[in-house]
Design a protein around this ligand. Sequence first.
Ligand SMILES: [Zn+2]
Length: 221
Amino acid sequence: MSLNSKQNVRCPNCGQMSEVTVWDSVTVSDSADLKQDLLRGEVNMFFCPSCSYKALMPTPILYHDEDKKLMISFSPCADAVTEQRLFDKVRETSKKSGELGKLEGYNLRFVTDYNELLEKILIFDYALNDKTIEVIKLMILSQDVDKSVDRVCRFGKSENGVMEFVIYDVKENQTYTSSVPIETYYTVDESLKQSGVKPYSFDWEMVNASYATKLLQGFNN
Ligand SMILES: [Zn+2]
C-alpha cells in the first residue's frame, strides 16, 4: 500500500511555510500514477510556491513492484559512512521482522541516490537486471579510464535492440550518450549467470559500481 503524510515545511531559501505531501512507500499495483510521478522526479520533491526553490525531502521511500518481485529501499544520504549504517539497519530490521523470509525470489535493492532509484525502476521495467547493467556501465566507463573518475553513467532506455546510456562528466560539465547493442546485455548476463550470479536476492543488496567491480574480480552473491 502506498502511504503518505502531509508535512508543513519552511522553505530553506525564503522562509515561506507550505504543505508538502510526503510518500513513505510507493506500491505499483495500487498507484500506477504515483509511479509515473516518481519517474518524473516529482515524488517527495519540495517546491516552494513563493520562490520556486526545489529540493528533495529527506524522507526514505520503499518502492514495491509485486509483479516484478522488486523492492527498492531508498534512504537519501550523501556520505559513505551513513550509507553503510543505514544499509546495515535495513538488513537487520528486515531479518528481525521476518519480512525477508516472505520475499523469496525478489530482487531487493538499497539505494541512497534519487537518480539511482529512478534508474533501477527503469532497468527492471525493461525486464533487464541491474547487476548485468552495472557491469556494462563499467565496460563503457573503462573505454576512457582517465576520465572515468569524473563520470557518472546511467542507463537510459532500451529500444529496437539498442540500449542507451547517458554519461555525465562532472569536470567537463558535459553529457554524452553511449549506445550498446542488446546482444551485449545477453552475453554479459549469460556469463554472469554461469559464474554463479543469481538474478534474485538472498538479502538486501547494494548493486552499484563497486558491486560490479567485485563481480568482475570473481566474487558472486
Ligand atoms: Zn521559498
